[in-house]
Every structure is written in structure tokens, then in C-alpha cells.
Design a protein around this ligand. Sequence first.
Ligand code: PEP
Ligand code: MG
Length: 745
Amino acid sequence: MLLRQLRETMAEPLGSQARLDKIVGLIADNMRADVCSFYVLRDDGALELFATKGLAAESVHMTTLRLGEGLVGIIAAEAEPLSLDDAPSHPAFAYRPETGEDPYSAFLGVPVLRAGQTLGVLVVQNTERRHYGEDEMEAMLTTATILAEMIATSDFDNLIKPGSDIDLRRPRMFTGVSFTDGIALGTVVLHDPRVVVTNFIAEDTEQEKSRLNTALERMRVSIDAMLDHGDMQPSSDHRDILETYRMFANDRGWVHRLTEAIENGLSAEAAVERVQNDTRARMMRQTDPYIRDRLHDLDDLANRLLRVLTGDHQGIGRNLPDNAILVARNIGPAELLEYDRTKLRGIVLEEGGATAHVAIVARSLGMVAVGRAQSIVSMCESGDDIIIDGAAGLVHLRPTPDIEQAYIDKVKVSAKRRAHYAALKNIPSITKDGIEITLLHNSGLVADLPMLDDTGAAGVGLFRTELQFMIASKLPRLGEQMDLYAEAMAIAKDRPVVFRLLDIGGDKVLPYLRSDSEENPAMGFRSIRLGLDRPGLLRTQIRALLMAANGRPLKILVPMVTETFEFRQTRMVVNKEVDRLRRAGKAVPSKLELGVMVEVPSLLFELDQLLPEADFVSIGSNDLVQFLTASDRANPRVAKNYDPIGLPRLRAIRHVVDAARKYNVPITMCGELAGKPVDALALMAVGMTRLSMGPASIGPIKELVLNLDLTPIRQSVAAALSDGASGVPIRALLQEWIEKQGLPI
Ligand code: PEP
Ligand code: MG
């Protein structure tokens, strides 16, 4: 009855205030309440009385309560309903004389939520003491769902106090983790866009229930089908998530709450949204990461159900606005690459770590990226303005004009800096005291190779061949691999490219490659271990590399070597393929070099056996530091606790550098450390002269090199690393020196 009247009121040609006045009147009549009031949360944290039936009319838009103040403030802050027989006796009751509130005892207030955020509070009051029943509470919550939609989608801005805005539209800042440097200003594109519900009120409750049941059934079937899909890895996160979905989809409590909302007069999709609102509100207030994750899963499931109900099957890769900034809970590298890269400026994730693969792909595409921006997905809408400050790991959602201006100025400065860096590209990379530092790119996609011309880098120090495999939907064939390598060499021209053999496994999961469940994938069946165990895969890749070289020099790097015999075995596979090529009368590389990655600590103690056999060495600091400190590189909770250039880590790196010098083997650093100025300085200080990094880091590191007197800092760091050192952290020592020298960092 009430809902039908509400629907009619929404269709009437009324002004916003008149419509609200009519709505509170209808609610009061239907609830047999003496008062019905509606408060809206403003961006300054005040709850403004927006409409009332029963309280003094003059107090509308005049009376305010702060968040947490009075009963209304508590409901807004906690996002929970409150029902009291005798409100004035509640300790938090805040009396506002201008409203004429004195005679009312009984009180029922519910939060008006949208996407889990409090938008306002809806209250009914009665003179006599009375207890509002469960049914009345439900009816109020249902009405609140509709009010929320009305407020969020219509033009109420003109009603609110001038200079204020609805809280939902408030500017927000998120502090996350930096994935890449750079600043991007643009427009939010939700990776998993919220489904817009337009049909809120049930015409026929039974029909809505049957729509819900059909949709639930379809969703259950599709989840089962995905789980049964033969290719899915038993151990993958994806599978875990689907298992949780299946559990929720069959959860009686959830289904019961959905059905109850329909019985209260909502359409099936509005019922899902109503229940999802409660989930989101709980999610935002939840500090336990496990429970929050489960609530996230439930939220995702509700989205799925909404899509089934509304027939909304918007796919990814759709039309993007210019300067699009993708916002997602998480995204795989392959999904990221489906978007139009000419329009995508940046990406913000709720999850992920700085060395996660999506971060690496974003970096290699020159995209600004920030991770770990908590709860951002539910706080933004596609089309919102957004600014990402990559270096600081900050995200400004709906920025104020002065923040926006500050960033526009910053962008101008950084454009100048870029121009400045571009001007350095042809200057030889030599320190002031004459030490040559070779700067190289980390790469992995053809898309990022042309940047070699812009940065003036000497070549590619690390080409991550697994990226091609990660973005493909099935295993790339010999020809496809060969084409990619040939194209990479063609773009690089006479600059060397170090092709690293497939480094899959660990967090680099290939959905089409079946593998057994592993408790500890980072230390599991991955990389060259997998390559040697599945010689077909390794042989094919080596064959593709040799053929792509077509007589030119070729450099191949072997990842995750743990013992020298693995390197030897790989060399044997390479030699066999070279012989095979020669026998077939095809061109073999004019010079073939096989290098080893030092990223498993065990190798540190076997360098005397290993190095005489290697043509070059490359240190992978991401894995080396992860394993030296036993801290998952993708988990910032632990990874950020240990400074990668802390004494033990830098000693380990220096040990490899010294050994490489002893055996006269060229050595490069290709982990993320090489692209960070202070860390790069530490590396140069222990004798590294070849640094491979994301293309965006070349300019700043080159600038550092050109202004550097390396010899004195080498001596200080050597002293600090030696036994009986002063105890000053290396980073502090370097930073102090940078300041003293006025180095450009
Ligand atoms: C490393 O471990 O430092 C490295 C360069 O390899 P990846 O990041 O691809 O594991
Ligand atoms: Mg590695």
C-alpha cells in the first residue's frame, strides 16, 4: 500500500521539496505515527532535517545534528536501526527546542543507506509510549531503500544548505600503495560496474519471488559449471572465490532476507540491493580482514545476481571515456590488457601488492597505478572525477577544485621534468667521476618497447616472456612465440634484449595450464623447475627464441635457478636445439649467451660453481628479498617491514657483485630496486653498473647518475657494510649523503 503510494508520488510532477514533504506525510499516515522526519547527511558531517511531518515546519533545513550526536546521529554513524519506547530517557537523546519535539516518546529510526554508505536517517515518532514491531522496522527499511535511490539519483543539491553537498558525493582521499609513479587525472570507470536498478517496487510479490528464484537457480548453475570446468586449477584463488559464492548462493539466511524484502513490497532487484546495502555497511565497518573478504564475496555475488535479474551483461573492454581510470577490487593482467590502452590513464585497486603481476604490467604500459585503496569500489560511481598520485600511493576521489588545481600544476611540472629527462636521453650515462652506468628497460610486451627510443636506454635487461602467456587464453604456439620475440628484436634494433625463459607458477597463474594444488606456490612448482619438468614447453620456447634470432646474437636468461645443475640442464636443452637448427641448415645465433638469475638465496653459497658456467648474471631483487626475509612480496603487511637495502640484503647483493667481478661475468640488477633512486644508489655503491628498470624510471635514475660522485659513497657504504659498522641504517646514510650533495631525488 505505502509502496504503491510512494511510486505514484515519484511519478507526480512535483518539486523536490514538495515530493519529500508528501513522502514523509505518507509514511507517517501509513505507520500511524505522529511524526515522520527525514535527515540527510551533508559533506560537513552534519545531518540536516530535510523534511518532516509533525515537527515544526520552520526547523526544516535549519535543524542539524552532528554524526554521532543524538539518536539520529548514532543511527547514521553506526548504520543500524534504533527502536525505543521512551526516547527522551535514552542518554544520547539530544533535544532541539526549535523542532517542538517535547511530547514524543516512542522513536524508530533507520539508516538510509546507499552502496553501504549512510546517506541519511528516516525517523518516526509517537506521543504515547509504544513498541514498534519487527514488521514496522522492516517497512521503514524498505522505504529507506527507495528514498536512498531517490536522493542519489535526483537533484536534491538545491535543497541543501548552500556550499554543502550530500555526503555521498563528498571528496574522499584513499591512502594505498604505490604501484607506479606518475599522476593521472581522469574519470572513474568501474571494472565491475554497479547495476542500475530502475524498477524498485513490486507489482506482484509472487511474481517477484519467482523471478528471484529463477535468477538464483541460474546463478547457482553457472557457478557450478565454472567450478566443474576442467581447466580450472584446484588451487587457484578464483576457485576459492567460486566455492565461497556457491556457499552463499545456497545460504538459507541470505535467500530468506531477499525473500523477506520482496514480501515487504520491493522488486527482486531492489530486494537484492537492499540486502547488499546491509552487507556493504557491515563491510566498511569491519576490521577483520577475513570477514571483510567474505563480505566482499557476498557483495560480488549480489552483483552477479543483479546482472542475472536485470539482464545487464556489460562486458569489459567497452567504450572508455578519454582519460579513463579503472577502479576495481582486483584485476588480472589479461583483463587489464583488454581495455583500450590509448584511453586508459591509470588503475586503482583495492587489493594487490607493488610487485604483483598486474602492477608489473601496469608499469610496463606506463600506466599510473595505486593498490590497496580500501573500500574505494563501493564509494565511487563510474563518471566520478578522480586523481591518482602514483608516487605517493594516494587517490583523490571527487577532488575539490583546489586539490585539482594543485595536481594540474604538478602535472605541468612533471611534464617539464619529462621534457628535461627526454633531453638527457642522448647524454652518455656516466657519473661525474667517470663511471659508466648502463641503464636498461624491464619489458615484456611489444607495446612498451618503442619507449626505448624515448628514454635512450641501452637495451632491455629483462624481457618477461611469461606476460605473453599470462594474457593469452590458451598456450601460445611456437609460431606465436617466435613472432613476438622477432618483433621485440626488430623494435630494439641493435640494442640487446635479454629474454628470460618462462617464469610461470607462483603468482603468475595461467588459467589454461592445469597444476596441482600447492600450499606455498611462491616456493612451489614454478619457473625453471616447471620448465625442466615439462621439457616440451621449455624446448618450444628455446626453439622460438633461436628461430626469431635468425642468425643475430641472442641472450637468454634462466629464472629461479636454485642449484647449478638446473642451469646446466637448461644449457643442455639450449645446445640440443642449436644443434637441431644447425642440422636443419638454419641460421644459428652469431653469439649465444646464457645467463642466470640470482633470486633464490641458496645460490649465494654456490657462486664458485655457478659463475664459471654463466655468460652473465642478473639479480632478481623481488624474489631474492622475498626469500631472504621470508616475507611474501605481494603481501605489503610483511613485505614493507624489511628494507630491501637493509644490511643483510645489501651484503647479499654485494656478495654476488664481488663474485661476478672475480669470475669476470657481467652482472645486472633487474628487480624493482634498480628503478628507485635511493635503492639504485645503494646498488651502484656496492659496485653494480648495470641497472634494469621500468621505462619511467630511466629519466630520474639517469639524472642521478649524471650528478653523482660515486667513489666517496662507495667508500662510506663499504665501511657501513663491514663488520663493526656504526649501526646507521644504509638508507639513512644514503639519504643524508643525497641531501648534502644536493642530488636530484
Ligand atoms: C625478481 O624476482 O626480482 C624479478 C625480476 O623477477 P619477477 O619480478 O618477474 O619475479
Ligand atoms: Mg623473480
